[in-house]
Design a protein around this ligand. Structure first.
Ligand SMILES: [Zn+2]
Length: 146
């Protein structure tokens, strides 16, 4: 059973605070309260080995070529999705103002330096297209390499 961090266990409180984040200082306070990874469990070497045996890519889903992503922390898929989508949609536009990071939708559609990723399914593609994950239907998150 994967670990559920505080932002999942107290989601209503987390979400209310997330909606109030406006400035870099807001983000700093918010992220240090909710995204303190020091209390999150890391995957064991056995888990990582099992994962890489399972994750052989690339894979073709919904007409696009995807590769698998992985993360060192052992959080539930839902928690992973909330974490990365908050980082990209709320944190990045504040931390990198003026860039198109986190813009989502069509704004980043033609940007060759971005990828679309589903943190829930742990798949990522450089073939920018439909905004919804072909596996789980969640909204994809824009990942920028730069
Ligand atoms: Zn997905």
């Amino acid at each position: 059973m994967a670990f559920e961090p505080a932002f999942m266990r107290r989601f209503a409180e987390f979400d209310a605070e997330r909606r109030r984040v406006r400035t870099p200082e807001d983000w700093r306070v918010f992220a240090s309260k909710w995204f303190d990874a020091s209390s999150w469990p890391m995957k064991t070497p056995e888990q990582r080995a099992a994962e890489s045996a399972h994750k052989r890519g690339p894979l073709r889903v919904g007409g696009r070529l995807w590769s698998y992503t992985s993360w060192v922390y052992d959080l539930s898929p839902d928690a992973r999705y909330v974490y990365f989508s908050t980082l990209r949609r709320v944190g990045d536009p504040i931390r990198f103002p003026g860039s198109r990071v986190g813009a989502g939708g069509t704004a980043a559609g033609s940007d060759a330096h971005s990828a679309q990723e589903c943190p829930y399914c742990e798949i990522s593609t450089a073939e920018i297209g439909d905004d919804l994950c072909p596996q789980c239907g969640r909204q994809l998150v824009y990942e920028h390499y730069a």
